[in-house]
Write a new protein. Structure first.
Length: 381
């Protein structure tokens, strides 16, 4: 391996050793602070400028940058510092394991691999001055509500474009789905289960709601987008009942509605509301309502026709033989950045199929190529 490749592998291993589970996903999660402190030390050693951006509850985005020939114009390279929890690992998820051309460990591909590659690309620019200022942002809370990216979009700092680091197998993603998530509640009437006719069973009512909502996927499947699959609606969580001998007085479900580019969260919410109104007015008179506000991550506009997509496609082709425009069903920080008018592409080492899994890994070859691709974009945009 080249010196830079070796340094990138070591950098990734150091990042993996830092537990940074999103505290909103697990009470045991430490959050991103220790990663940010490590990045600060990295920048101090290399005389790179840095700053923090407070987001929420002591959690802060981290930035470093290299000034460009036109310093007031900026390109953002962003990866997130938080990870999902760890379950069912065969080994210690925070002890990086290098074998068979891979680095194993929590966050190896999602999202510390892209972060390490971006940081190495920026820190080894040397005397090669980019045209625009290159800003590296390490964001918080991507795995839950994307508060870090939202803060960047709302900061008032302008960016010509953004490269969002996520595991794409070095393929160039120019479009992805968004999401809107919320709860639906059915209200029943409690009664002793020996006389169920004296109550109203909220779980039975919710069963009818679920069947009605599931039918919406027949309509959604007809909506076509050239790069991403059709929108979907999924019931992901359910809870209800009081205790074993009581007719359930309430039942709730979580809805995960995936949006394609061009769909608005408000429209998705209204489609469900129309179904719920039919159930309220129907023969069963089900007392059902949506619990709002919802968690909204709009689908970003497609970046197909943007300059950043063209520059990134050329870099991918030259380094990895990739670069065709792709669409994916999952979401990224681009959902929030695009609300600030920032054109975004998603690009990074590793496979999304490994993200969030036990024994997550990233291919070392892809990690090394990612450094070259990112640096190419930094110098040619």
């Amino acid at each position: 391996m080249s010196s830079i490749s070796t340094q990138t592998v070591e950098l990734l291993k150091q990042l993996i050793r830092i537990e940074s589970i999103n505290p909103s996903a697990s009470a045991k999660g430490s959050g991103e602070q220790k990663v940010a402190e490590f990045l600060e030390a990295f920048c101090r050693e290399r005389n790179l400028p840095f700053e923090y951006q407070e987001v929420t509850d002591g959690r802060a985005n981290f930035f470093t940058w290299v000034p460009g020939q036109e310093p007031d114009k900026r390109i953002l390279f962003i990866s997130h510092m938080d990870t999902v929890p760890v379950d069912n690992w065969e080994a210690d998820p925070f002890s990086p394991d290098e074998r068979d051309g891979r680095i194993y460990g929590r966050g190896s591909c999602d999202d510390k691999g892209p972060l390490a590659a971006m940081l190495m690309a920026l820190s080894t620019l040397g005397d090669r001055k980019p045209r625009y200022t290159i800003v590296l942002g390490a964001s918080v809370d991507e795995e839950y509500r994307k508060k870090g990216a939202r803060k960047i979009a709302q900061s008032g700092v302008s960016y010509e474009a953004a490269v969002v680091g996520e595991p794409t197998d070095l393929e160039l993603v120019v479009a992805h789905k968004g999401s809107v998530r919320w709860q639906v509640e059915v209200e029943g009437v409690p009664a002793h289960s020996s006389k169920p006719h004296l109550g109203v069973n909220a779980i039975t009512g919710m069963a009818k709601v679920i069947l009605a909502l599931d039918k919406i996927n027949e309509t959604l499947s007809q909506r076509v987008h050239p790069l991403v699959s059709p929108p979907t609606l999924t019931i992901t969580l359910i809870e209800g009942g009081a205790e074993l001998a009581t007719v359930p007085p309430s039942c709730r479900v979580w809805i995960d509605r995936r949006l394609i580019p061009g769909e608005r969260p408000t429209d998705a919410l209204q489609e469900v509301e129309n179904i719920l109104e039919g159930l309220r007015q129907g023969p069963d008179k089900i007392k059902v309502r949506s619990l709002l506000p919802a968690l909204e991550d709009p689908a970003p506009p497609s970046a197909e026709a943007t300059k950043i997509a063209a520059v990134a496609a050329k870099a991918c082709a030259e380094v990895a033989g990739t670069g065709q425009h792709r669409g994916v069903p999952y979401g990224t920080d681009a959902s929030q950045l695009s609300l600030g008018g920032i054109p975004c592409v998603i690009l990074g080492p590793g496979s999304i199929d490994q993200a969030h899994t036990a024994n997550e890994y990233v291919e070392i070859d892809q990690l090394a190529k990612a450094v070259d691709i990112y640096q190419n974009i930094m110098l040619t945009y």
